[in-house]
Write a protein that binds this ligand. Structure first.
Ligand code: FMN
Length: 276
């Protein structure tokens, strides 16, 4: 699919065809995309674990449910869990990744990057992040007994995971898959290393069981309230001709709800045996 149409077509899909497996190569493409997301502090924080619904026991599946994450667990073929290995920063806090990027001509003196800058400024900055105060649990589920990490490290890792998730979402839509981020815990499904913090929300994957438009594009605040240029309070100029082009390219699509959405929902409830 064309990128603009991928962006415009992506929406949170909450129904999946439970009987239809997703090809492994499609899941691989998603993971490959996640792997290519931007890297915060030149640290490879992000880890993912792809879990297949049918490999879980009924007890595991039941235990992962929350009041509003139920049907998706039963319907999605796979779940991608996102974690950040908070120990990664310590591993590279000597600045090795920055030095490598200088060697490879990626961070350049044209932009102020030198080995000296790495030694004198970057390394102390990385150490200050690592040693910053306000420690928090790496895994909140484990409570006060579990390992802890500097709050700033966890915040950085979460940023990295957010960017990676965006890549994964778009790669899924590009391949005709339904995808949704949803809050539920890995804790009853798998154990993870002590240094892995659950970040972002797990991603459900499957073939869409609802129309890919899923009733239309979802509401956002008015563009002018959130996007600015020059300064805060000065809306980013939105050229109507560009808006039109993006509509033609399907990045901007008709808003929800389509006239037939509620009929569709009733039909889906019947089709999948869900509450109406
Ligand atoms: C980090 C994150 C967590 C989310 N968790 C849930 C969730 O637990 N349950 C749910 O139904 N949707 C969840 N969503 C999806 C949002 O509800 C959805 O993105 C929002 O309604 C906008 O709709 P759209 O994604 O279709 O554009 C989550 C989204 C994000 C970014």
């Amino acid at each position: 699919m064309e990128l603009k149409s991928v962006i415009g077509t992506r929406r949170s899909i909450r129904f999946f065809e439970p009987w239809r497996p997703v090809e492994h190569e499609k899941i691989q493409r998603i993971v490959e995309a996640i792997y290519r997301a931007p890297r915060l502090l030149e640290t490879d924080f992000v880890r993912t674990v792809v879990v297949y619904r049918d490999k879980l026991s009924a007890e595991q599946l039941q235990a992962a449910k929350t009041p509003t994450t139920t049907a998706q667990l039963d319907m999605a073929y796979a779940y991608i869990f996102f974690f950040a290995d908070v120990a990664e920063l310590e591993k590279v806090a000597d600045g090795r990744n920055f030095r490598e990027l200088i060697r490879r001509g990626i961070l350049n003196s044209s932009h102020g990057w030198t080995e000296g800058f790495v030694d004198e400024t970057v390394v102390p900055h990385l150490r200050s992040v690592l040693e910053s105060g306000g420690r928090v649990p790496v895994q909140f589920q484990r409570g006060a007994d579990g390992p802890t990490v500097a709050r700033q490290v966890l915040a950085a890792a979460r940023h990295a995971a957010g960017a990676a998730q965006a890549y994964g979402l778009l790669a899924a839509v590009d391949q005709g898959l339904g995808v949704q981020l949803s809050a539920f815990s890995h804790a009853r499904i798998m154990t993870i290393p002590d240094t892995w913090a659950p970040v972002g929300s797990p991603m459900f994957l499957g073939y869409p069981g609802e129309s890919i438009e899923a009733g239309g594009q979802r509401p956002r605040e008015p563009f002018e309230e959130d996007f600015f240029e020059l300064r805060y309070g000065h809306p980013f100029y939105r050229e109507p001709a560009v808006v039109k082009k993006l509509e033609d390219a399907l990045m901007i699509q008709a808003p929800a709800p389509f006239g037939w959405r509620f009929e569709e929902l009733r039909g889906l409830a019947k089709k999948y045996g869900l509450p109406d």
